[in-house]
Design a protein around this ligand. Structure first.
Ligand SMILES: [Zn+2]
Length: 443
């Protein structure tokens, strides 16, 4: 801008054909601009107004695009992308005990976790995700890969009763996890939280310790819960208690808790979830692939329970495409409830953005495009035959297999992808590493 103009200079302006801000609800803005400075959304104006008031160092004219909050993938085991398609078509316990756990015991090292997480980060960025939550061994390596990628990440360090390559047992896992939490205290993009694996792999004493520590630190807890009917019936046969009752008795359920899967839900379970404020992480494609069951999403949402979306690891999905997960969640909710209005297009987008941010305790910072929030943003080009005609932009996002049309992604106003070119990760290197691990594991 020339001297003497009265515009305010800012870092970035994104001029978009459509903006779906998620807050206010059910809103689509036409021909508006996001004004971004110091990593935050400073203003949202009609484009003509924005251009009159501001001048930006970087400007993007996205004339055939929809701009949304960056998607939030609330459950992943990112390094498991290196086992994508490795063991298909088995139920959960067979898949875990006969395929995944033995393979992990042989191969999972810091190098495996770093390379696998970078592969996953590339895939997540290319499909519009800006934040992911992760539960896996060597989380210090996941953190490094997340930093390289520029993605926002909540790391749930694993806790199990038995030893693995990363630790000896509960005390060792918790000690290592707390050290990691210290290392990333107040970090702008990396957040460390508790990841007790599941009720059937962690006993009461470590679960109680985690509940106490999480309360003191106000740190989230993520746990696989009621993933299958067998998990619940086995627990009832062995102890007389449903797993969710046991967690509630141990003090583990609160608004800090993220219950992953919940395919088995009674009216009493819904009361417990309402009273404790615990969040549900719904992973519809993983549940379908492992034939684990159906989470009753409509009933949970109707009861005011926060339901977010996750892909789970690529070994049980087999992709990390949250737009695909939105579509599956919407379709499955209609099928399960017998109600075609269940999980409408706006609700699916909200589950993948603001509900995810809320589950991770990050909804003050991200999850919607509002003034004062961090500029975590995804743009999708809707100019191909498959998107035309376009009567309803949000319908295109939720029902139209759109992830390959994601064009731009920003976190804190920093570009991670521009015109489908990754800016933080080296695509060639990521590809070579994936081939290297395939060769090693196959041989
Ligand atoms: Zn999982």
């Amino acid at each position: 801008m020339s001297q003497g103009t009265s515009t305010t200079s800012v870092d970035l302006m994104i001029h978009a054909r459509w903006i779906i801000p998620v807050v206010p609800e059910n809103t689509v803005l036409s021909d508006c601009s996001l004004v971004i400075d110091n990593g935050q959304i400073l203003a949202i104006h009609p484009t003509t107004e924005a251009k009159r008031l501001y001048s930006a160092d970087h400007e993007h004219h996205l004339d055939e695009h929809i701009v949304t909050p960056g998607l939030v993938n609330t459950h992943n085991h990112a390094a498991m992308s290196l086992l994508r398609g490795f063991a298909d078509d088995h139920p959960l316990q067979t898949w875990l005990e006969e395929h995944i756990w033995p393979t992990e015991a042989q191969w999972v090292t810091p190098e495996f976790v770093r390379d696998g997480t970078e592969l996953s980060a590339a895939e997540m960025i290319r499909s519009g995700t800006t934040t992911f939550a992760d539960m896996y061994f060597f989380p210090e390596e996941t953190a490094k890969a997340a930093l390289n990628s520029g993605m926002r990440c909540q790391l749930h360090f694993p806790v199990l009763d038995f030893p693995t390559a990363w630790g000896q047992g509960p005390d060792d896992y918790i000690q290592k996890g707390l050290a990691l939490s210290d290392a990333y205290r107040s970090h702008p993009t990396i957040n460390v939280a508790f990841g007790p694996h599941a009720p059937y792999t962690v006993s009461d004493e470590p679960l109680q310790r985690i509940a106490t520590l999480a309360e003191e630190m106000q740190a989230p807890i993520q746990i696989h819960l009621h993933e299958t009917a067998a998990e619940v019936s086995d627990a009832v046969a062995n102890t007389g208690e449903r797993p969710i009752e046991r967690l509630n008795r141990l003090g583990l359920l609160s608004p800090l808790t993220q219950c992953v899967h919940m395919t088995q839900v009674t009216a009493e379970d819904i009361e417990v979830l309402k009273q404790t404020g615990a969040n549900i992480i719904h992973c519809p494609e993983s549940n379908l692939k492992l034939a684990s069951g159906f989470c009753p999403v409509k009933a949970l949402l109707d009861n005011g329970i926060n339901v977010a979306l996750g892909t789970d690891g690529a070994a049980s999905n087999n992709d990390q495409d949250l737009f695909g997960e939105m579509r599956t969640a919407a379709l499955l909710a209609k099928g399960v409830s017998g109600d075609a209005s269940a999980v409408d297009a706006h609700t699916a987008l909200r589950m993948a953005t603001l509900n995810g941010a809320k589950a991770l305790g990050m909804d003050a910072e991200i999850g919607s495009l509002e003034v004062g929030k961090q500029a975590d943003i995804t743009a999708i080009a809707v100019n191909q035959l498959e998107q035309l005609p376009l009567y309803n932009p949000v319908s295109a996002l939720s029902y139209n297999n759109i992830s390959h049309q994601v064009s731009h992604v920003w976190v804190n106003g920093n570009p991670l992808m521009e015109d489908r070119r990754l800016t933080t990760l080296d695509e060639h290197r990521v590809r070579e590493k994936a081939k290297y691990w395939q060769n090693r594991i196959e041989s």
